[in-house]
Write a protein that binds this ligand. Structure first.
Ligand SMILES: [Zn+2]
Length: 277
């Protein structure tokens, strides 16, 4: 299993990061891709990968980018520094980037220009895009269609959109990242109903920890109404198997088949070194 989206530099992991890492790899994860969401966090993610590269060789990688929410923080230096970060072999994708017109923490123009530049960085570095999109499908899709031939690949992380959006992204031959959103019996049913349309060679999985704790975890952590000793509603990479379990049910396949397919997809997509070596 490879978790393609974890936010390990989030403050919720500040006090027990080492234990979280240990438990994640003990749970059967082969590798994790840490998500960089602004310049500072991208640098922090890379530092975390580097300081742990001896203990966990070829197991920790990260993205470098600026999330649409943070697009207003963009400066000329951001460009130069992101470009430099992408030269590092542990940095395996440009992003998280894209458009989010849901809350508009940064205005549309800022989001679009930061996104444009990160597309350029993907093209120049020959590294794939790690995409975020919310309530901005049409604009985002147009931008991506126009640059499709310039970028090596892209993954739509934490996909929660419509069936039309799913097929449109698949038409561009993009990969789709599925989180524990699919395990949510209240808001994830639409996604659960359509997920099996994703060809098995375009599917990847992620926890988005510490967010989106899968609601199918059994026994349930305390925060989901269970009696076991959970610390909080914090999600962790070791819960990735619950996302895989739900996806396997939707495909009518075994968990092992989903785990194997998503692992080899992530390995190829992010061009990870041989994880068994
Ligand atoms: Zn996102």
């Amino acid at each position: 299993m490879i978790d393609i989206g974890v936010n390990l530099t989030n403050g919720q992991f500040k006090n027990d990061l080492e234990q979280v890492l240990e438990e994640s790899f003990a749970s059967g994860l082969k590798a994790m891709i840490l998500t960089g969401t602004d310049l500072e966090s991208s640098i922090e993610c890379l530092r975390l990968c580097e300081t742990h590269s001896e203990k966990y060789p070829n197991q920790l990688f990260c993205t470098a980018g600026v999330h649409p929410h943070d697009a207003s923080s963009w400066t000329a230096e951001t460009k130069t520094e992101l470009r430099q970060l992408l030269e590092n072999p542990a940095v395996v994708a440009s992003g998280e980037t894209g458009l989010d017109f849901n809350r508009n923490y940064s205005n549309k123009e800022e989001q679009i220009s930061a996104f444009e530049y990160q597309i350029e960085l993907a093209a120049d570095s020959s590294k794939p895009l790690f995409l975020h999109e919310r309530d901005a499908f049409e604009t985002q899709f147009d931008m991506l269609r126009n640059c499709r031939d310039d970028i090596p690949q892209a993954v739509v992380h934490c996909f929660t959109g419509s069936k039309e959006a799913l097929f449109a992204y698949l038409d561009l031959d993009f990969y789709i990242g599925i989180t524990g959103w699919i395990c949510d019996e209240r808001r994830g049913t639409e996604l659960a109903g359509m997920v099996a349309n994703i060809p098995l060679d375009r599917l990847m999985v992620e926890t988005d920890a510490p967010f989106l704790l899968p609601r199918n975890i059994d026994p349930k952590p305390v925060s989901l109404g269970g009696k076991s000793k959970g610390k909080s509603r914090r999600n962790e990479p070791r819960y990735l198997s619950w996302v895989i379990k739900k996806i396997a049910e939707c495909y009518g396949m075994s968990e092992e088949e989903i785990a194997q397919a998503t692992t080899s997809n992530a390995q190829e997509f992010f061009q990870l070194p041989n994880l068994n070596a």
